[in-house]
Structures are given as structure tokens and as C-alpha cells.
Design a protein around this ligand. Structure first.
Ligand code: ZN
Length: 219
């Protein structure tokens, strides 16, 4: 796969940055795509830009403000509170169709730049039950994209079965633990690196990091 080209769906967060390092190790040429859907925190896009630049990766930013218009949610509107889903409900951060749209547009871009491989950091294990992060959805979409464009894309999901501690471990194996820890933004309150410490994304991230460092004997 060393000579193949890959496109990473990239938000500037922990997961997709780890995927970017993963892809850079495997593929001859790597580009990244970030979707701008008027995220509450413009800093997300800036983080993504900076990381792509530092890693020497060509970076595409696509305007997806349509998604915000269609499906206002806690990630795009200040007045909607970020909260976990109760009693089987999806959390307020769920955006219906987000990964369907993002990965479809990533497929269009991949065909334009002749990239066979598409990498996404979605994860079924440690996530909030988003249906479009499940393995079955990704496999189904891979087939659909190939049929729709007569392509032979391969969608890779290196984090699909990892919990957050294992995702940190993967970053460490890629010699990127400190980089991912310092440079990425996962926090729903828009604070990079270790974040606000209070929101669900920060809790998940910190718990995973502590678990991993403990296991490694560094905490
Ligand atoms: Zn936070």
C-alpha cells in the first residue's frame, strides 16, 4: 500500500489526528479533508489546519454549512446544551446523517484526487451510540460509494474496535502521543489539548489517557 494514495477525514481532534499519523505510516501519499459546518468553535478548523501543515499533508476544507442549516445541534448552536442521551436517546451532539454526508463527500473528493483509500476515525466501542459510527454502517457505505462511482475505494477505520485508552496506545506506537495530546482539540467547550476537563468529550479523553498511562506505569 506504500505507493497508494489515501484521504483522511480529519477534524483536528484526537481520533482523526491519530488516524492521520496511522495513514502517513502506511500510504505513499496522504491528504486530509476537514468539513466546515459552522462548528461552534472555529478553533477546530484552525487546529486542523495547523496540524495538517505541520505534518506536511495537503489539506482540503469543504463547506458543509448545509448540515447546520438542516440539523441544528449542540455542536453548532450555542443555545443547545451538550448532554449525554438519557434512556436510550441519542446525545444532543448527534447530527443526523453527518457521517453519511461527510464520507460521501470524502468519496467524491477521493475520486477527484485519485485516492483509493479513505480513512475515518469513527469508533463503535467507546462512543455515544451514534449509529453512523458503527462498523456495519461503514461497510454498507463502502459498498454504496463503490457502486455509485464505479470505484474500488477501501474505507479504513483503524479505531473502530479500540477504546480511548487503546487509541492513546496507538498514538504512542506511532510516536505521536505527546503531539496528539498537545495539539488536538476534542473538547466541546473549544479548549485544545487537555481541554476544559468538564464536558463529556474531555471526560472520555482524560479517562482513556489515565488508563493508558497507568497501564504503561507512567502514572
Ligand atoms: Zn471539555
Amino acid at each position: 500500500m506504500k505507493k497508494d494514495k489515501a484521504l483522511v477525514v480529519f477534524s483536528g481532534g484526537q481520533d482523526s489526528t491519530t488516524c492521520l499519523f496511522w495513514a502517513k505510516e502506511r500510504f505513499g501519499e496522504v491528504e486530509a479533508v476537514t468539513f466546515n459546518y459552522n462548528q461552534r468553535h472555529k478553533l477546530e478548523i484552525e487546529c486542523a489546519q495547523e496540524i495538517a501543515k505541520e505534518l506536511g499533508v495537503k489539506h482540503h476544507i469543504l463547506d458543509m454549512s448545509l448540515l447546520n442549516q438542516l440539523a441544528p445541534n449542540a455542536l453548532t448552536r450555542d443555545e443547545i446544551e451538550v448532554k449525554d442521551g438519557e434512556e436510550g436517546e441519542l446525545p444532543s451532539t448527534f447530527v443526523p446523517g453527518r457521517n453519511l454526508l461527510f464520507l460521501s463527500f470524502a468519496g467524491v473528493l477521493a475520486s477527484q484526487i485519485s485516492a483509493k483509500h479513505i480513512i475515518t476515525g469513527v469508533c463503535e466501542t467507546d462512543f455515544s451510540g451514534y449509529p453512523d459510527c458503527r462498523d456495519v454502517f461503514i461497510k454498507s457505505l463502502n459498498v454504496t460509494l463503490n457502486l455509485s462511482m464505479d470505484q474500488q475505494f477501501v474505507i479504513h477505520t483503524p479505531l473502530m474496535w479500540l477504546n480511548k485508552a487503546e487509541t492513546w496506545k496507538l498514538a504512542d506506537e506511532l510516536n505521536a502521543l505527546d503531539y496528539v495530546r498537545e495539539k488536538t482539540l476534542t473538547c466541546y467547550n473549544g479548549i485544545p489539548s487537555d481541554g476544559c476537563g468538564e464536558c463529556p468529550a474531555c471526560h472520555l479523553r482524560r479517562k482513556g489517557l489515565e488508563e493508558y498511562l497507568q497501564e504503561k506505569g507512567e502514572l
